[in-house]
Write a protein that binds this ligand. Structure first.
Ligand SMILES: Cc1cc2nc3c(=O)[nH]c(=O)nc-3n(C[C@H](O)[C@H](O)[C@H](O)COP(=O)(O)O)c2cc1C
Length: 366
C-alpha cells in the first residue's frame, strides 16, 4: 500500500501543515476550573513531536455561563485559561506542529455525573434536551446575539494567541446542532423553520462573526455530523440537494474546511454512490474536507465508551478514497489519544508496534 499521499503537505490561508493527518478533537476533562495545565500542554506537544500534521484541541468552551456541563473541560476565554492555551500553542509550535482550538457551546445538556452544574440554566433553541424532554431555557434573541459574539471572541483569541486555525463545533447534538435539528429546534421565529436551511441561521451568524473577528486569511473549519448521540441513524440532510442547501451558505459565510464527522468513514452518505460525508461535502462545495471515523481501528468510538476494545486495522480503504480525491485531510481520534507515536509508526511502516484502543486509555493523559 502506497501511503505517500497522506504525507504530502497541505496549505490553506493561515494553515500550513506537513502531512494530512489531523488529531480529532477529544474531550479529556483534565483542566481543573477550565484551565489547561502543563500536563495538557505536554499531552498535545507529544502529538506534535509525533508528527501529527494538525492538532485540533478538545472542545473548549466559549464565554457563556452555561456553555459547559463539566468544570474540568477547558475554557477558551478568561485570562487564566487563555494563558494555559498560550503555553499549549507555544510548545506545539516549538515541537514543529500546528494546532487550532475547537470552540464549543454544549447547549442544553444533561447534568454531569460529577454533580457539578453551571451557575445559570442550560440554554438552547427551544429548551429541549430531546424531542420529549424539556430542560434549561429557550434562548432569546439577545441571548443569541451575545452567544454569537462569544464565539467570535474565542476565535479572535485563537488568532491572537498564535493558533493556526479555529474549528467551530457544529456537530454531535451540541448547541449549533440543536439549532439544525428539527427535533430540538421548534422555534417559530427567524431561527427556526421547516427547512434545514432555515434552521441554519444561527450557524451562519456564528460563522460570519468568527470570520469578521479573524479576518480573511485565518482558516475556519466547521465540524458537522448528520448523526446525533441520541439517534445514530438520523440525517439532517437526506439528499445531496438538501446537503447543498445546508453547506453552500456556510461557504458564503466564511467556512474554509468542512470536518465531516462519521463513526465509520467507509459508510456511504446517500444511496447510489460509495462517497462518504466528506466526499459529498467536497463534491458539493468544492471546499477541502476532513474525514474521520474508525481510521485504523476495528471498532467505532461509541462502542469504546461502552467498554468495547478495538484492534488496529488496515488503512487500505482509507488510502483508496484519499487517492481518489474524496477528501483532503484525515482525522484520527482514539489511536492518537492512546499513542502519541501513531503517525510516526504509520509513516515508518512500524505496523506491528500499533496499539489497539481500550477504555482505560481515557483515564489518563499519556
Ligand atoms: C474521549 C473522546 C472524546 C471526544 N470529544 C470530542 C469533542 O470534544 N469534540 C468533538 O467534536 N468530537 C469528540 N469526540 C469524537 C472524536 O473527535 C472522533 O470523531 C471520534 O472519536 C471518531 O474518531 P476515531 O474513530 O478515530 O476515534 C470524542 C471522542 C472520544 C473518543
Amino acid at each position: 500500500m502506497d501511503i505517500t499521499g497522506l504525507f504530502r503537505p497541505f496549505n490553506l490561508k493561515s494553515l500550513s501543515i506537513k502531512n494530512r493527518i489531523v488529531m480529532a478533537p477529544m474531550t479529556r476533562s483534565f483542566s481543573p476550573d477550565g484551565i489547561p495545565t502543563a500536563a495538557v500542554a505536554e499531552y498535545y506537544t507529544k502529538r506534535a513531536a509525533g508528527d501529527v500534521g494538525l492538532i485540533l484541541s478538545e472542545g473548549t468552551v466559549i464565554d457563556r455561563i452555561s456553555s459547559s456541563n463539566d468544570a474540568n473541560i477547558p475554557r477558551f476565554h478568561g485570562e487564566k485559561a487563555l494563558a494555559g492555551w498560550q503555553k499549549v500553542i507555544n510548545d506545539v509550535h516549538t515541537a514543529g506542529g500546528a494546532m487550532g482550538p475547537q470552540i464549543w457551546h454544549m447547549g442544553i445538556m444533561a447534568d454531569h455525573h460529577s454533580g457539578w452544574i453551571p451557575e445559570g440554566p442550560f440554554e438552547g433553541p427551544s429548551g429541549l434536551l430531546s424531542a420529549e424532554v424539556k430542560k434549561g431555557v429557550a434562548m432569546t434573541e439577545a441571548d443569541i446575539e451575545a452567544t454569537v459574539k462569544a464565539y467570535g471572541a474565542s476565535a479572535a483569541a485563537a488568532k491572537r494567541l498564535g493558533f493556526d486555525c479555529v474549528e467551530i463545533h457544529g456537530a454531535h447534538g451540541y448547541l449549533i446542532d440543536q439549532f439544525f435539528w428539527e427535533k430540538t429546534n421548534i422555534r417559530t421565529d427567524g431561527y427556526g423553520g421547516k427547512t434545514l436551511e432555515a434552521r441554519s441561521r444561527f450557524a451562519i451568524e456564528v460563522i460570519k462573526e468568527v470570520r469578521r473577528q479573524v479576518g480573511e486569511d485565518f482558516t475556519i473549519i466547521i465540524r458537522l455530523s448528520q448523526w446525533k448521540p441520541s439517534d445514530y441513524n438520523s440525517k439532517l440532510a437526506k439528499t445531496p440537494q438538501e446537503m447543498e442547501a445546508w453547506l453552500a451558505p456556510m461557504v458564503a459565510a466564511g467556512v474554509d474546511i468542512f470536518h465531516c464527522s462519521q463513526r465509520r468513514f467507509w459508510e456511504p452518505e446517500f444511496e447510489g454512490s460509495d462517497l462518504n460525508f466528506a466526499g459529498w461535502a467536497k463534491k458539493i462545495t468544492g471546499q477541502p474536507t476532513i474525514t474521520v471515523g474508525s481510521v485504523g481501528l476495528t471498532g467505532d468510538f461509541t462502542a469504546a465508551f461502552q467498554g468495547e476494545s478495538s484492534e488496529p486495522s488496515s488503512l487500505e480503504e482509507l488510502v483508496r478514497r484519499f487517492d481518489r480525491g474524496d477528501f483532503d485531510l484525515v482525522a484520527v481520534g482514539r489511536p492518537l489519544l492512546a499513542d502519541p507515536e501513531w503517525v510516526k509508526k504509520i509513516e515508518q511502516g512500524r505496523t506491528n508496534e500499533l496499539k489497539g484502543f481500550t477504555k482505560d486509555a481515557l483515564m489518563k493523559l499519556v
